[in-house]
Ligand binder design. Structure first.
Ligand SMILES: [Zn+2]
Length: 319
């Protein structure tokens, strides 16, 4: 990452602005996930997801509502079936009700945890966008990029925010269609909830988008680990694979990717046991990353990993 630039759409700025003003007078923190793509390893925030109604909020803390955030991420993904491999969870935004235009100690700790979570190992940098209000009540946007430093450390760099139009042709190209307005995404989520047969988040994995997502995950597993993956589709979807002497079973819940898969493994003659990494699962997390954590970091295997994500179309065309 040479320059610390962060691109953001006007539409995402609007959501963050509206959220910040909405909670400002109550002096309560608010915030949500940032979803977007990478252009040459520079994050482009396409969407900022609003706080929702079930987050735990006070003047000095915020715990986002994972369920709401995940459903919104799914509602976003479902608009762009052809851009599944380009869309990423990029980071989070939140508001400091008292004037504090920098990252707090807690903000830094949380960011380090996210960056070093194996689920996010494809993420080149974490985008953190803080808003705060000066004594005149003027909003200030404070963007930071967190980059992995050491084993459990990260460096935090103030970034420059560049606002771009969501109807820019580069964005349309990557997304495979014109940018969908955030209000339409909210409506799509509500419609899916009131007409679950049309888009059943309880059986997301069986609908078209859920299937496409699952296919992509399985392709990634085959390519990353050069292994055969056997799939059985019944009430739950079950995948079986063998990497050297390690046998791996993956059970995808009906709510995948809203909820994480269950991964069981055994090495040699040992009993099957469950692998637990899931505290920061979100619906854009990658299963290949989880398996890499299991195989490389926990079991000491060597995996010749191929870059499968974070490529931009220009680069891919040259190969
Ligand atoms: Zn903070």
């Amino acid at each position: 990452m040479k320059e610390n630039i962060m691109f953001i759409t006007k539409s995402a700025i609007q959501v963050i602005n509206d959220e910040s003003f909405k909670w400002k007078n109550m002096k309560i923190e608010c915030g949500g996930s940032l979803v977007g793509i990478f252009f040459n390893r520079i994050p482009l925030i396409l969407y900022a997801i609003d706080t929702g109604t079930n987050a735990s909020q006070s003047g000095g803390h915020l715990v986002t509502d994972h369920n709401y955030q995940n459903k919104m991420i799914c509602a976003i993904i479902s608009q762009y079936p052809s851009a599944l491999s380009e869309l990423h969870y990029l980071g989070d935004f939140h508001m400091h009700p008292m004037y504090f235009p920098k990252m707090s100690g807690t903000d830094e700790q949380t960011s380090k945890k996210i960056l070093h979570d194996p689920i996010h190992s494809n993420l080149p940098a974490l985008s953190i966008l803080i808003t705060t209000f000066d004594s005149n009540g003027t909003i200030e946007f404070c963007p930071f990029l967190a980059i992995r430093d050491n084993i459990n450390d990260a460096s935090f760099n103030r970034a420059k925010l560049e606002v771009i139009d969501e109807n820019d042709s580069n964005i349309t190209n990557v997304l495979g269609r014109r940018y969908v307005d955030y209000r339409n995404i909210l409506e799509a989520k509500e419609m899916h909830e009131s007409f679950p047969h049309q888009f059943n988040t309880n059986s997301f994995v069986n609908c078209k988008i859920g299937n496409a997502r699952l296919d992509k995950e399985i392709d990634d597993l085959r390519n990353t680990f050069k292994i055969d993956v056997a799939i059985k589709r019944a009430d739950i979807i079950f995948c079986e694979m063998q990497f050297e002497d390690v046998k791996i079973h993956i059970f995808f819940p009906q709510e995948f990717p809203l909820n994480p898969p269950t991964i069981m493994f055994s090495q040699g003659e040992a009993e099957m046991q469950e692998y637990h990494p899931y505290y920061a699962w979100n619906s854009l997390s990658s299963i290949a990353n989880l398996l890499e954590d299991l195989l490389v970091r926990q079991l000491g295997k060597e995996v010749k990993k191929q870059e499968t994500s974070t490529t931009i179309p220009d680069e891919r065309d040259k190969k």
